[in-house]
Design a protein around this ligand. Structure first.
Ligand SMILES: NC(=O)c1ccc[n+]([C@@H]2O[C@H](COP(=O)([O-])OP(=O)(O)OC[C@H]3O[C@@H](n4cnc5c(N)ncnc54)[C@H](OP(=O)(O)O)[C@@H]3O)[C@@H](O)[C@H]2O)c1
Length: 348
């Protein structure tokens, strides 16, 4: 058996950190060395992640106590990774950052969407955008990879083939995402307080969602595009469903759409085209994807119009965060891309 890769996780008491830990503890090629939390330092991991009882005897450490390792995952809130990036780079030759700090490669765009200057603009281009379906080769040779936004991942994967081939009206794509509460992380807030959150259908970002910046970056292909994007929280813990309205430049029929998806995603291990003639699961359903790394994509072409509706679903903590990070990790280290990500989900 080959030697295991020694990895550590910073910000491991949070939701993405916990999910990453769950995946990496079951990964045959990995030894999880250290996990950090300032709040839980000295305590067993199961204190923050009770699902991991009897799976590990690791205890959290403080970030300042981290020792060198082969690869470091960063699961910190927005803005915290770039603050300490020098020290993280000193600890490991390879990094995967799940935050938004290095997703964009243009400092002006960062300023526009995040409302302040990037602290390390010279490093922005060093990170590869970690969506393997778009950047597999670059990820495979990369030292620094950034995770993608969960809503951005669902949207981009759903519509990417049409933008890549120039098949959509660049001026009027409309996307509405419905999201679960775990997107907000584990810090409590007024919005997450149970009586306020439970049962809510809450429009929280009708315009100017930051994930638009990633969508523009990844789908532009040298052309100015407009994506009208809105986000709504619904009664769900995990999951994203992106409903994308594309207006086609060319009169595609459903058989053409099938063909295009097969051509672009036919060999993708984590993309499934879900479109059935009948039954309750005719289209993608986030509920079925909890804990899996799949992105399920469905569609319907409107008869007599140029509108194509694409539905794209995933688990925000998996294909939207930790699962996709492990997929990228596998590529970066020459492992089988699906290793550690085989869980097929639950039904019902
Ligand atoms: N949730 C999602 O669906 C999702 C999806 C994709 C990407 N992301 C991104 O992934 C990152 C982590 O998200 P999350 O949902 O896991 O957040 P989270 O549940 O709030 O966890 C954040 C982690 O960072 C630590 N932390 C908090 N404040 C800190 C500070 N000021 N300095 C250092 N450490 C601090 C926390 O641990 P201690 O306080 O115990 O130290 C905790 O372990 C975020 O940047 C988020 O944008 C999240």
């Amino acid at each position: 058996m080959a030697e295991k890769l020694r990895v550590s996780i910073v910000g491991a008491s949070g939701y993405t950190g916990g999910e990453l830990l769950r995946l990496l503890l079951g990964h045959p090629r990995v030894e999880v060395c250290e996990v950090t939390s300032e709040r839980f330092a000295g305590k067993f991991v199961s204190k923050a992640h009770p699902n991991l009882r009897k799976r590990t005897q690791l205890r959290f450490r403080k970030m300042d106590e981290l020792k060198p390792c082969d690869l470091l995952f960063l699961c910190l809130p927005h803005g915290r990774a770039m603050e300490r990036i020098e020290s993280f780079r000193g600890l490991a030759p390879k990094l995967i950052d799940l935050s938004a700090d290095f997703r964009l490669n243009d400092a002006d765009e960062y300023q526009r969407w995040y409302g302040k200057p990037h602290q390390r603009p010279e490093l922005m281009k060093e990170f590869v955008y970690g969506v393997p379906e778009l950047h597999r080769e670059e990820i495979s040779g990369a030292r620094f990879v950034t995770g993608a936004g969960c809503n951005a991942t669902a949207t981009i994967l759903g519509v990417y083939p049409f933008f890549r081939k120039g098949l959509v009206d660049p001026d009027r794509t409309v996307v509405e995402v419905k999201v679960g509460s775990s997107e907000g992380g584990n810090a409590a807030s007024d919005a997450s307080h149970h009586p306020e959150r439970s049962g809510a259908v809450r429009s929280f970002m009708p315009t100017m969602h930051r994930h638009c910046a990633e969508i523009y970056q990844e789908l532009g292909f040298g052309e100015a595009i407009r994506v009208y994007f809105s986000a709504t929280s619904i009664e769900m813990v995990r999951g994203v469903l992106a409903t994308c309205h594309l207006f086609l430049r060319e009169p595609l029929e459903e058989k053409d759409v099938w063909k295009l998806y097969r051509e672009v995603y036919g060999n993708e291990p984590f993309i499934r085209i879900v479109k059935e003639a009948d039954g309750i699961y005719r289209y993608p359903e986030p509920k079925l994807l909890s804990g899996t790394n799949y992105c399920d994509i469905g569609f319907q072409k409107e008869k007599g119009s140029d509108r194509l509706v694409v539905l794209s679903a995933l688990d925000n903590l998996m294909k939207g965060a930790a699962g996709q990070a492990v997929q990228a990790f596998n590529l970066m280290n020459g492992f089988e891309e699906t290793e550690g990500l085989e869980f097929p989900g639950l039904h019902p």
